[in-house]
Ligand binder design. Structure first.
Ligand code: GDP
Ligand code: MG
Length: 251
């Protein structure tokens, strides 16, 4: 299209997966380890969404009642798959779920209510419209409720995002975010290897290297303290640096 002297390229209304995000086809991968306080609320909030829904929860060896809560939910929910395996970390849980995905879009959803499932329809919309391959929910773009706490975590997250941007020539504000959404075929093709929290930098590095269409969207963050169950530490931060460099130089 030409307006005046300038050529205007319309947005790529690409092969629409779903024109209306309200009925987008979405699989939730939910890694859950000792989340008896919150898992039912997470599932309940997901169930209320107007989506063509699939939920795959991976509980690897919880020692609380998470698994029995899941079993009772599964009895009456055909959209719910529960996988259990030996405890091997968030990354291993996500990798175990991927072969079971049977929807067009996949979102990773933590089981601890730090991220509100009500925001997923908006998160997946750029993928459903066909303009994005990957969407990261950002806690650091602003505009949504953020728990104000843990200064050094914020510093660490900003530093890791800056390193990502330098290494991969991108503009992400929150590479460690738990809310990452993908076209299902994109996620399947990533060949993920990390088993622990190293899965976050590995996903980020691999989608950046592939030159996919990555978008960010501000999301709310109801952060937990260590007393409330947070488990990521500064060691994971250093591991993330290693993964970002390793993926950069890998062929
Ligand atoms: N299945 C499984 N899930 C895990 C494991 N470690 C963490 N998770 C889940 O991954 C999500 C993020 O973990 P969390 O401890 O909240 O990480 P943080 O908020 O980044 O400190 C939560 O839903 C956890 O239950 C694990 O070893 N196995
Ligand atoms: Mg958490």
């Amino acid at each position: 299209m030409t307006i005046g002297a300038a050529t205007v390229y319309p947005l790529p209304l690409a092969p629409t997966l779903e024109p209306d995000a309200a009925r987008a086809s979405v699989a939730f991968i939910v890694p859950a380890f000792n989340e008896e306080q919150t898992i039912a609320e997470v599932l309940g909030r997901i169930e209320q969404l107007d989506l063509d829904l699939q939920v795959i929860v991976v509980d690897d060896g919880s020692t609380d009642s998470t698994l029995s809560i899941l079993e009772s939910w599964r009895a009456s929910r055909p959209w719910l798959t529960v996988l259990s395996q030996r405890n091997s970390g968030k990354g291993a849980a996500i990798r175990a779920a991927i072969p079971h995905v049977d929807r067009e879009i996949v979102v990773i959803q933590d089981a601890d209510m730090e991220y509100d499932p009500a925001e997923v329809p908006a998160l997946v919309q750029p993928i459903a419209r066909g303009v994005a391959d990957v969407v990261f929910g950002s806690r650091l773009r602003g505009g949504k409720p953020q728990r104000a706490h843990m200064f050094w975590h914020l510093v660490g997250n900003k530093a890791l995002s800056l390193l990502t941007n330098v290494l991969y020539n991108t503009t992400l504000s929150d590479m460690e975010t738990g809310y990452k959404a993908f076209r299902a075929d994109v996620l399947r093709s990533l060949d993920l290897r990390q088993s622990d929290f190293g899965i976050e930098p590995e996903i980020t590095a691999k989608v950046c290297k592939r030159r996919l269409r990555i978008y960010e969207l501000p999301i709310s963050y109801y952060g937990r303290t260590y007393d409330e169950g947070k488990s990521i530490t500064w060691r994971d931060g250093f591991h993330a640096v290693g993964v970002l460099f390793a993926e950069r130089v890998r062929a």
